[in-house]
Design a protein. Structure first.
Lengths: 681, 109
């Protein structure tokens, strides 16, 4: 590494001094062996020296420091104050002065800025200076600029021109300040862009000698070019000096001045435009982000509201209400009906305009029909100012959503995308509601098939039954009951609960019901029938099991009902005496479908006149209120007040009591079956 | 101490004036250049050609002078053409945005 070469000299405020400074730089660089940046170093030294001669009009010091890789030149004059006065407004007739006279001097620091690797300014009470540094191309990259060149020892840190300070006083705007304004990053983030733009325009007008300037922005919101900031005389619609501000599409921006200036003066507005483009881009991203977030919130709300509605008609009525007025002045929903379209719902900000809207829509039916064929929103024909978009879900065209606007409003691409999105969500909601309704119908039909359509009317025996499906009614529950008369005069009551819910549980329920019926009707003894049923379940129940209460009821002479009771894992039924006492009866046995061998003890009891035997499933006893269960004791208590009532009343009251125990919808289905000795005395 | 100097020689023909420059153009020599070319424009030949092949240095004042002279020439119904413009000077013209304000011919023929 070659040693550092340093040369210092003081030169007079004379026309020949820049040449002398050049000579010094030339010899230092030759000595240091750094010739790569000679042209740049000579030019920049000359510019600084010329500024000192012309503007400071004092003698000045030049210091040149160089080694093989880098050269630093500092030019310091003895005139305290701003670096240059070139851009002062005080000069007479600044607006008519030939621009080149202004420019050829001001260009000096522009060149320093463009060519130097680093540069900076020094301010002292009695003098001021500019330094620059040039690094040889390929020299080891320096990560940070040097704080200050070697000379002269600074008592205070060189003040950095603050944009706000400079902008407050346009009379003394220096090129330095311009640099910090145009390139500064902090000034743009904290300040308001309009404020900043106004100050920048004022300053640029002074520099360019323009009578007025403006920053125009098209935010792609349908309003076209709007004025973000202006200064002085109004700018013309065309002509003048126009510099585009680069900002992300679809936004557009332009920096405009009243009159054209020489093309060499365009550099400054262009730099300003670059700076503005950064700020505008920031602004645009923030704006876009906000807008997008607002739309996303809106879409989330729409989805949530639509998801809550599982009723088709309600969903159809809801959709236009969600769109108006947020996305349009009116909204209509047509649904596919046979081969055509049927108007299902509308909403209009002006309720009285609805009939007119409906007429217009009726005329536009062919176009609405066309909209079903395309996936994007298509505009509707005049006089309707609106768009139609197909609603389709799961490959099914469900209808058309149309949204209308004020004639003045021009939809942007984003709004159109939102409308399409709403249409998609609406279609899904409609489809969901339809599927839900369909499932509900199926579930209800299936459930009905599992319960006897009507309880038999038997002399001396009174039956009562209640069944409550789970909450939404789309799932088939596993509870069932059945009652059948046998050839020998007995009556068989079955109450059961197959584990699980849904279609699979329902098939097992059907199986249990039918197998029981067949076996018992075949004349099999009950324990054998239950054993067979158990085997069937183990083999074909798909791992499902079932609890069952089976009771054979035989009317006896003397007004009693003999009951032969088997409990296959089922809760013990409540025997309600005529005086209101209750007792749990029966002996617990094994649930069916779990083990190959089951033990099912028989219990025999006898119902006196007016006594009632009450069967129930765990939907009753396990009905929840928070962590609390309804429980069998509450059931007994409730039952005790029902002594003497007919069986259907007992069942109905118990059902009501169970349901009103909690506000929650039942999680499990509920079956209650009552048998009462109705023998006349 | 070197004295920055600029030599200016002029060859005139009916159709153009050829100004051959050698040396440095800065605040100390720009005035002479301006005076010499202005003189040629009265009366103006159709073309004034400035040969910068011998110019070893030109600062922003020099460039400004060239722009002013170019304007003056067009006002006098003439054209100022620069030839043999060095690479570094072209770069400076680009930076300052002055290139468009001047008519630059790539090579002399």
């Amino acid at each position: 590494m070659t040693a550092q070469v340093v040369r210092r000299m003081r030169l007079p405020a004379d026309h020949s001094s820049p040449g002398a400074a050049r000579a010094a730089v030339r010899s230092v660089l030759a000595e240091a062996g750094l010739t790569d940046v000679l042209d740049e170093a000579l030019l920049l030294t000359t510019e600084l020296a010329t500024n000192a001669v012309v503007h400071a009009r004092t003698s000045f010091d030049v210091e040149v420091t160089a080694d093989a890789d880098t050269v630093t030149v500092t030019v310091m004059d003895f005139h305290a104050g701003p670096i240059t006065h070139n851009y002062s407004k005080k000069k007479p007739n600044s607006s008519t002065r030939p621009i080149e006279q202004l420019e050829e001097r001001g260009r000096g620091l522009l060149l320093v800025d463009q060519l130097a690797t680093y540069w900076g300014t020094l301010h002292y009470p009695d003098r001021k200076g500019v330094w620059f540094r040039l690094d040889r191309a390929g020299a080891a990259a320096v990560t940070a600029p040097p704080a200050t060149p070697a000379s002269p020892p600074a008592e205070t840190a060189p003040p950095v021109a603050s944009p706000s300070a400079v902008l407050g006083d346009t009379d003394t705007v220096s090129i330095d300040a311009m640099r910090s304004i145009i390139e500064g990053s902090r000034s743009g983030q904290s300040g308001d862009i309009a404020d900043f733009g106004e100050k920048l325009l004022g300053w640029l007008c002074a520099v360019l000698g323009a009578e007025g300037g403006a920053i125009l922005v098209d935010r792609a919101d349908g309003r076209g070019m709007t004025t973000l900031a202006d200064h002085g005389a109004p700018v013309p619609g065309r002509g003048g000096l126009r510099v585009p501000i680069n900002v992300g599409r679809p936004w557009r921006g332009e920096l405009v001045f009243t009159q054209p200036v020489g093309s060499f003066a365009v550099a400054l507005p262009e730099m300003a435009a670059d700076r503005l483009s950064l700020m505008l881009e920031n602004d645009r991203l923030r704006y876009t982000d906000n807008r997008r977030r607002t739309w996303l919130t809106y879409l989330a709300e729409v989805s949530e509201l639509l998801a809550q509605s599982l009723d088709t008609e309600l969903t159809l009525a809801l959709i236009p209400r969600l769109v108006v007025p947020r996305l349009g002045r009116w909204c209509a929903v047509h649904v596919a009906d046979g081969g055509g379209l049927r108007l299902a719902a509308t909403a209009h900000t002006d309720e009285s305009a609805t009939p007119e809207l409906q007429e217009l829509l009726a005329e536009a039916l062919p176009q609405l029909d066309d909209a079903r064929q395309v996936s994007a929103a298509i505009p509707l024909p005049t006089p309707i100012n609106g768009h139609a978009v197909a609603m389709s879900a799961r490959g099914q065209a469900l209808g058309v959503l149309s949204v209308g606007h004020d004639s003045a409003h021009r939809l942007d691409a984003e709004e159109l995308a939102i409308i399409e999105d709403v249409a998609r969500r609406a279609a899904l909601a409609i489809d969901n509601a339809r599927i839900h309704a369909e499932r509900r119908r199926v579930a209800e039909a299936l459930q009905r098939s599992l319960l006897p359509p009507k309880l038999p009317q038997v002399e001396g025996i009174d039956f009562g039954a209640e069944y409550v499906p789970t909450g939404e009614g789309v799932e088939v529950g596993g509870d069932f009951y059945d009652v059948m008369g046998l050839d020998d005069g007995r009556w068989l009551v079955v109450v059961g609960d197959v584990s699980g819910k849904g279609v699979h549980a329902a098939t097992v329920t059907g199986l249990v019901r039918e197998v029981t019926r067949t076996l018992v009707c075949d004349g099999r003894p009950l324990p054998e029938a239950l054993g067979r049923l158990n085997e069937t379940l183990v083999e074909r129940g798909n791992g499902r099991f079932c609890t069952l209460a089976l009771a054979a009821v035989t009317p006896r002479t003397g007004g009693r009902l003999d009951v032969s009771l088997y409990l296959a894992g089922h809760d013990r039924p409540v025997l309600l005496h005529t005086d209101g006492r209750t007792s749990l009866v029966g002996e617990s046995g094994t649930a069916l479908g779990l083990l190959k061998k089951v033990s099912l003890p028989q219990a025999k009891l006898s119902l006196a006149r007016g006594e009632t035997l009450i069967f129930y499933t765990d939907g009753v006893t396990e009905r929840r209120r928070g962590a609390e269960l309804y429980g069998v004791e509450r059931l007994r208590l409730e039952a005790s007040s029902l002594a003497g009532f007919p069986a259907d009343v007992v069942a109905a009251r118990l059902r009501a009591a169970t349901l009103s125990f909690s506000l929650e919808t039942p999680r499990d289905d509920i079956a209650i079956f009552a048998v009462r000795n109705d023998e006349a005395s | 101490m070197e004295r920055p100097d600029l030599s200016i020689s002029v060859q005139q023909s009916p159709n153009e004036a050829l100004v051959t420059l050698a040396g440095e153009i800065d605040m100390s020599t720009a005035g002479r250049l301006s005076a010499a070319v202005s003189e040629l424009l009265n009366p103006a030949p159709p073309r004034v050609v400035l040969d910068l092949g011998g110019v070893t240095f030109c600062d922003s004042q020099g460039l400004g002078t060239l722009v002013v002279l170019s304007r003056k020439a067009s006002l006098a119904q003439s054209v100022l053409v620069l030839v043999n413009v060095g690479d570094f000077l072209l770069r400076v013209l680009d930076i300052t945005g002055l290139r468009d304000a001047l008519m630059i011919q790539e090579t002399t023929s």
